[in-house]
Design a protein around this ligand. Sequence first.
Ligand code: GDP
Ligand code: MG
Length: 371
Amino acid sequence: MGSSPTKPEFVSVLADKQVKEGVEVNLRCEANTEGVTAKWEKNGYRLECVEGKHVKRESGTTFSLIIKNAAKEDEGKYTLSLWNDSGSVSCSAMVIVELREWRTVQWKQDSMITSLKNFKINNDNIRQLRFLLHGPVGAGKSSTINTIKTIFDGHQFINCLAASDLSGESFTTKYQKYTAGAVPFAFYDLMGIEKDQLKGVQTDDIISALKGHIPDDYEFKPQAAMCEDNRYYISDPTLNDQIHCLVSVIAADKVAIMDNKVIQKMKTIRAEASKLGIPQLVFMTRVDNVCMLTKENLAKIYQSKKIKEKMEECSTRLGVPMNCIFPLKNYHEETKQNEKLNCLALEAFTQAVYSANDYVKKFSRKDKCVE
Ligand SMILES: Nc1nc2c(ncn2[C@@H]2O[C@H](COP(=O)(O)OP(=O)(O)O)[C@@H](O)[C@H]2O)c(=O)[nH]1
Ligand SMILES: [Mg+2]
């Protein structure tokens, strides 16, 4: 009778791998004995070897699995089990595949802040570029303004009454103007769009605001839109009263559950802005709620498949092209400034500034007599 073989043990185990998309992954380990049977599994199921993708190698006591051209689908937990008549052993490793950046961001804020602080509007008649943020209740409109103010004021700004997550009701009732530091930009935060006709801000009010008919500090009435005979109505608005860029604010974690009626209202407003030639962007907030990779490191946002999917969902639901959508995270629980958060918001905001500036530039000659 032959003696029983040595019970398999690992001399070295598989190591976790975090790799860039497209590279070759080599999972390798070494056992204490030859002549064992090996089985590879991925996420608990026997690994189906795909030609051109997986190569399994066994040489003496060394076992390896090569994964070629790593892709997101290759992510997972890989396990190697070895056994012989004396027993079995297994070890596992995680493979994480980082997607190539599909949009680049400058992760240094100083030059972005400086260029906005020194920004000159391409129309001498315009004192401030005006941005209107619209979107459903809880989308993060007030928080976005807070974030931009925080960046330019250099300290946390929490005056804008970002609603607590629990309240489903709209919090912002005034057509209130917010400015930031000494930069020539003004923001308007509108009472959230709600699905019911009589709740939230009226679509007609937002359109009137776009056109410049609504004065600062006007108190919106959810029951009735501002009309021409209202004593506050600006009947002959100049380019300075108008909105120069419309920003639709959508929460990444709520885009899938947004009510069709709300979407329809937003589309109506966007269509009106298009008629007026007003540029439009989408800021997709709350990105940290949909992607762990992004939550842990905001600099990885443009490697995240989940973020891309959410942006595509925004694009489809709102009917806007991907290059008009900017994902961002707002200050909401942190008390210290965060450069990556600032950079992402600055990228989005800089685009809004350029778009608004292009819009007012178009009127710089023919509108010389504004005011
Ligand atoms: N996790 C996370 N929460 C956010 C973000 N932006 C806003 N919030 C939270 O979302 C909720 C709604 O935000 P708010 O700005 O009041 O939305 P508004 O109704 O559109 O003005 C608040 O509790 C915010 O703190 C973000 O980027 N990430
Ligand atoms: Mg608000």
